[in-house]
Design a protein around this ligand. Structure first.
Ligand code: PLP
Length: 359
């Protein structure tokens, strides 16, 4: 007889990863197109030789390196098997009763509803504004007695929109300080905001114990395949995260590669300038062709194509460019290498495509 499982899993949406195909350009997962730097690859190879040994469960060396880099204490830093694991752990440390609510904007990072349901909490989705940004006033108004956790994805995946420091602070001031607010900053390294409005979640969280920043080595640092993300916040929240952490889930190679990437950060962060230049080149070309593209502060663009999104994604795949359609909302396109972006633009700005999708 088949084992009896949680009945609610039937309604759990599966996480849809960006598609891959050996003959196609992949602009579907917001990855870095460049492989690890030689210095990082060397460390990866060396740590593979010790694969028979468990990793450091406390990830002492990496946490210390991050604390020094970020100007915080080791007690302020927790690691996760990707920051997506931390998202799930954050639900686990805040929600216990079925009426507990996790609040987030929608559309936003597709892991939020999944980790909320896995954690047996209730998802409360607040629609984005007409400009595809978080509606922070509506989110503050949606807070109830049951709200336990709020995700603010800044910049927002998949729309690329960002709120500056002043808007984030205004929002935080309007939320009761017993609610944990997570500033998910997976694309932090791509931000180019005026210094006085730069939304740095770690700085913002310094004197706000209910604010936690999430960042990752998967995007600008180019280690998506190794799975390491981190949380920076109040020591009590960090300690709780360590309690629910799956032991040894941040593996030895990931820890070593993250330390080496932090050491090589200047080279890695220099790459973000090229990605941003490509993103802006793509945006200009798409707008010239007639698309309306919201300004992005990340390594991708949002094409709000509504009901035509799925069909656009399929047509793009036929042209051997994989992008990420989101049902009735839009299509997310990662800024890749110039030749890859050219291949996408050739498809997207072709007169037939324009006539079919935005005519
Ligand atoms: C990519 C992404 C993450 C996390 O990625 P990991 O690879 O799990 O570290 C988290 N949040 C958002 C919004 C993302 O786009």
């Amino acid at each position: 007889m088949t084992a009896r499982l949680r009945p609610d899993l039937e309604s759990l949406p599966a996480y849809t990863p960006g598609r891959s195909h050996p003959d196609a350009v992949k602009l579907a997962s917001n990855e870095s197109t460049l492989g690890p730097l030689p210095s990082v690859a060397k460390v990866i190879a060396a740590s593979a030789e010790l694969a028979n040994r468990y990793p450091d469960n406390g990830a002492g060396e990496l946490r210390a390196a991050l604390a020094e880099f970020l100007g915080v204490e080791v007690e302020n830093v927790a690691l996760g098997c990707g920051s997506v694991a931390l998202c799930q752990e954050l639900v686990q440390i805040t929600c216990a009763a079925p009426e507990d609510e996790v609040l987030f904007a929608w559309r936003s990072f597709e892991a939020y509803p999944i980790v909320t349901q896995v954690g047996r909490a209730r998802a409360v989705r607040v629609p984005l504004t007409e400009d595809y940004a978080h509606d922070l006033d509506a989110m503050a108004a949606a807070v109830t007695e049951n709200t336990k956790l709020i995700f603010v994805c800044n910049p927002n995946n998949p729309t690329g929109t960002v709120h500056g420091r002043a808007a984030v602070l205004r929002f935080l001031d309007s939320v009761p300080d017993h609610i944990l607010v997570v500033l998910d900053e997976a694309y932090y390294e791509y931000l180019r905001m005026p210094a006085d409005d730069h939304p740095d979640g770690i700085a913002i969280g310094r004197d706000r114990p209910n604010v936690l920043a999430l960042r990752t080595f998967s995007k600008a640092y180019g280690l998506a395949g190794l799975r390491v993300g981190y949380a920076v916040g109040d020591p009590e929240v960090i300690t709780a995260l360590l309690k629910v952490h799956i032991p040894f889930s941040v593996n030895r190679i990931a820890q070593a590669a993250a330390i080496a990437s932090l050491e090589a950060r200047h080279e890695l962060l220099d790459r973000t300038d090229h990605v941003i230049a490509e993103r802006e080149r793509m945006r200009a070309a798409l707008e010239r062709a007639g698309y309306r593209i919201p300004p992005s502060q990340a390594n991708f663009l949002w094409l709000p194509l509504g009901e035509r999104s799925t069909e656009f994604g399929a047509a793009s795949a036929d042209s051997r460019v994989l992008v990420r359609p989101y049902a009735a909302d839009g299509v997310r396109v990662t800024a890749g290498d110039p030749h890859e972006n050219d291949q996408f633009l050739a498809f997207a700005t072709a007169p037939e495509t324009v006539a079919r999708f935005i005519g």
